[in-house]
Write a protein that binds this ligand. Structure first.
Ligand code: ZN
Length: 120
């Protein structure tokens, strides 16, 4: 049985060559532009979250006296997204820092974090 092929962009039924994926070059280029646009938006959103995380870490770091550990909830209340980070530094189990650019943190116990600033 022959399955009807449809344009990947506008979903119109395709006729002619069996290897066609689009009805015309307009559909082809619009489809690819949309795809690229979504990827750009996705990256933009991740970048935004990373910068937001960094801002939260920097703010808490600057307002915490004597480099004390702070409740991790304090970060979450400000909108911190733990799944977004730029890199990690792990030299031992107790020394595992997660960074958002130049600010990082490590867990202290189960409910607190110690924020650090990377010095360049
Ligand atoms: Zn089409």
């Amino acid at each position: 049985m022959e399955t009807a092929k449809i344009c990947k962009y506008c979903a119109k039924k395709l006729t002619g060559r069996t290897d066609k994926k689009f009805c015309n070059s307009y559909c082809r280029s619009t489809y690819h532009n949309d795809l690229l646009g979504n990827k750009t938006n996705y990256m933009r959103q991740i970048n935004y979250l990373l910068q937001k995380n960094r801002r939260i870490l920097a703010t808490v770091f600057a307002t915490t006296e004597n480099r004390k550990a702070v409740p991790v909830n304090l970060l979450y209340l400000k909108g911190f997204s733990a799944m977004h980070y730029t890199h990690q530094l792990k030299t031992s189990k107790a020394h595992h820092y997660i960074y958002c650019y130049d600010y990082g943190y490590k867990m202290v116990g189960k409910s607190h974090v110690l924020i650090v600033q990377e010095r360049n």
